[in-house]
Write a protein that binds this ligand. Sequence first.
Ligand SMILES: C[C@](O)(CO)[C@H](O)COP(=O)(O)O
Length: 238
Amino acid sequence: MNYALIIAGGSGNRMGQDIPKQFMHVDNCPIIIHTMKAFQQHPDIHGIAVVCLAGWETVLQSYANQFNITKLKWIFPGGQNGQESIHNGIYGLREAGCKDDDLVLVHDAVRPLLSQDIISSNIAICQKYGYAITGIKCREAILESDDGFTTSTSIPRDKLIRTQTPQTFRLGNLIQAHEEAKAKGITNSVASCTLMAELGGREMHIVPGSEKNIKITTVEDLEILKALMKVQPETWLK
Ligand SMILES: C[C@](O)(CO)[C@H](O)COP(=O)(O)O
């Protein structure tokens, strides 16, 4: 079985709005529901779990009912950071009876333009190799800065990959990684892929992502999202 684990535990401070960004409406629908629709629509996704910001669980369930997201099976509590939220999600899935061999597609609630192809490739690559990370090659020149204002250091971009989600693993492998992280005192890795890299000993395979698989973090991202939805309302899901 293949399950989407949607991470919606954040309060979205960088957006500077009263409503958490995953619950903001675009095109008359909350961003998180746009995201869930992509998994709802995919024939090889058997269930959706959401790790949800405290206090928003009932709102989420109501929206899921309203927009006919019938695959939503579980809502788990969010954590203090992304790593803790994913931890809550995977232990929740195990307690709910999911098997170690089941695939878990960990996905940001605020990446609503996820394509069906990216979901399919994540499943195929994870089934074949065990660890699938969505990513795109870095096309910009990269500089390093200590203070955010000045720089004199360039980093060659040729080997750099900008990661996206989904990031897909077998449930048992994810749980093992989080147990190892606990033993090593790693508590705040940025993403599942960075956690796997920090732990070492795992080769992750890259699934081609898309510039359209945008992460909504700032008001500017919101404007880009609205423009993309206007220009290509049908094609972004392909
Ligand atoms: C997981 C991620 O989307 C990969 O690009 C990204 O790291 C999430 O970052 P955030 O700090 O949770 O917004």
